[in-house]
Write a protein that binds this ligand. Structure first.
Ligand SMILES: [Zn+2]
Length: 295
């Protein structure tokens, strides 16, 4: 997909406009202080949750993708280009998720922001970017984001460190809850819409037996569907997991033909933007798994 490019002169104009408003605000100390806060731009909803819990009010955090947007394929809008040009720090999920952003950052931004790869140090399986679905990976992401913020904005290092510690404790509690509940599940195998739950399954003793879509956003081939049906029959699988905001004809057809129940499991890709969102959605997924895999 071809990204939208806005002329450099309009970026320059807006940057100049921003600068003059900085100068004007010197008479208004409160306003000036707000403008001096670092602008941190995140790419996805989980990364937004992680970052916002670390910064609290110490930095302005904005997310590049609007709620409900698929992060696998994305075309930047003129507003996105403005956000990118204003950001001092851009925090990406990494693991190959934001391929659509890499070129823009390296070639089209005049002032180069600090780019933080939150996946650094996470063991990546088969180029799969869905690392956030395991809270154990999320903890690594949080530590990477914390360290990058401390380096970029040392004046607030104590806040970032303290907030990150508290958030990591919450993620540890979430990890324990998932571990206790998944180990008690009667069934350990599942079929999902697209391959998003490998990290989650690996860390909590489950198995993603098959996926309907071989590649996100692409129609599966008849041969692949035939394979999925064989796996479902062979493993005596009774449920199939679809995703929020996605209506998939093939899921409905397979479910009807094989008499499977359809449940919604959130890949946390198209989420809302607030600090507790990640934990809330992970707990909702756990409840769904308890219902679906205990039959
Ligand atoms: Zn995905």
């Amino acid at each position: 997909m071809k990204p939208f490019v806005i002329p450099i002169c309009s970026i320059l104009f807006l940057l100049c406009a921003g600068l003059s408003s900085c100068q004007q605000s010197e008479d208004y100390p409160k306003q000036h202080k707000a403008l001096k806060k670092a602008l941190v731009l995140t790419t996805t909803a989980p990364v937004y949750s992680f970052t916002k819990n670390i910064t609290g009010d110490a930095a302005s955090v904005e997310n590049l993708l609007p709620s409900g947007t698929d992060p696998h394929e994305y075309s930047l809008t003129p507003e996105d280009m403005l956000k990118l040009s204003r950001a001092q720090i851009i925090i990406i999920n990494g693991a190959g998720l934001e391929k659509w952003l890499d070129k823009i950052i390296s070639s089209q931004l005049k002032k180069k922001p600090i780019v933080v790869d939150s996946a650094s140090g996470v063991h990546i399986i088969d180029n799969d970017p869905h690392i956030w679905l395991s809270p154990r990976n999320a903890m690594i992401q949080v530590k990477n984001i914390r360290d990058a913020l401390i380096e970029a904005d040392p004046a607030n290092s104590e806040t970032y460190r303290k907030n990150a510690d508290l958030y990591i404790e919450r993620l540890k509690t979430l990890d324990r809850e998932i571990m206790e509940n998944t180990s008690a599940l009667r069934k350990k195998e599942f079929v999902s819409l697209h391959s998003a739950f490998i990290y989650f399954a690996k860390d909590y003793g489950l198995r993603q037996a098959a996926v309907i879509q071989e590649y996100p956003e692409k129609e599966p081939t008849p041969g692949h569907i035939a394979e999925v049906i064989t796996i479902i029959r062979k493993n005596n699988i009774k449920v199939i997991f679809s995703e929020p905001m996605v209506s998939h004809k093939i899921v409905k057809t397979i479910a009807k033909d094989l008499e499977l129940q359809v449940y919604i499991l959130d890949t946390l890709e198209r989420g809302d933007l607030y600090p507790d969102w990640y934990e809330e959605r992970m707990r909702a997924n756990l409840e769904t798994l308890r219902t679906a895999l205990n039959q």
